[in-house]
Design a protein around this ligand. Structure first.
Ligand code: CTP
Length: 224
């Protein structure tokens, strides 16, 4: 079985995908992270490859095998992911599936932070990270299709459509997190995809099936 089809709806297209969490270091042994497994982004990368695309996958710290035929760039922090994603342009499609930290410690302590006798609290000052998705969308080499993800606990359509407009995206794939239904650490998923003037539910199904449906939708909305 060939892992790199040369035919398919995305043949000749370059697809850039980000996946996984980012880890924001506090000191040499501690970091701020999140529970993203990277499964959805890796599934999107594999599905885009199956659709014939050349795929570059920028991955945060995850325990996932690289899909065959996909070029992988490993990063740790939001700043590193930002540099790697922008450095991998141009691309025809960007899918921002990574759960990028919104905040990072203002400074990384060179030494392990010690408990101080008599002090019961530690204040960690965090600053905003660059918004990779918004920067890709505003980039001079903007991909023809920029696709974001949104994890929402409520009012999914309203918040997802808000991000679609605010970040000037072509598509946004929203999933409901925090309840019984959706989530970071699961193998199956259901998404609601929104664009200007339309929407489509994908799944519930395996992340692989949902990724294949998302790639079909992407291919259909990509200018020829
Ligand atoms: N994203 C990004 N760079 C960041 C933060 C997020 O590229 N620094 C991308 C993610 O990859 C995802 C989308 O933006 O595609 C998520 O949008 P965001 O507004 O960050 O969602 P939330 O983190 O859920 O934001 P909020 O807390 O405002 O709901």
């Amino acid at each position: 079985m060939s892992h790199v089809p040369t035919a398919g709806p995305l043949a000749g297209k370059r697809v850039l995908v980000s996946a996984g969490p980012t880890y924001e270091d506090i000191d040499p042994v501690r970091f701020v992270g999140n529970r993203s497994s990277g499964k959805m982004g890796f599934a999107v990368a594999a599905a885009a490859r199956d659709a014939g695309a050349e795929v570059v996958l920028v991955a945060g710290p995850v325990h996932m095998d690289t899909p065959a035929g996909v070029s992988r760039i490993d990063v740790r922090s939001a700043a590193q992911m930002h540099a790697a994603v922008l450095g991998a342009l141009p691309a025809d499609v960007y899918v921002g599936a990574a759960a990028v930290a919104d905040f990072t410690p203002r400074r990384v302590s060179e030494h392990k932070i010690k408990k101080t006798a008599g002090t019961d609290t530690l204040v960690l000052e965090l600053v905003r990270t660059p918004d990779i998705l918004a920067d890709v969308s505003a980039h001079p080499q903007r991909p023809a299709l920029v696709v974001g993800f949104a994890a929402e606990t409520h009012d999914v359509a309203r918040y997802a459509r808000g991000k679609l407009v605010a970040k000037r995206l072509d598509l946004i794939a929203a999933n409901l997190v925090g309840g019984a239904e959706g989530g970071f650490e699961r193998d199956d998923n259901a998404l609601a995809v929104y664009w200007d003037g339309g929407e489509r539910p994908l799944g519930p199904a395996s992340k692989h099936e949902v990724a294949a449906q998302l790639v079909d939708l992407i291919a259909g909305r990509l200018p020829a």
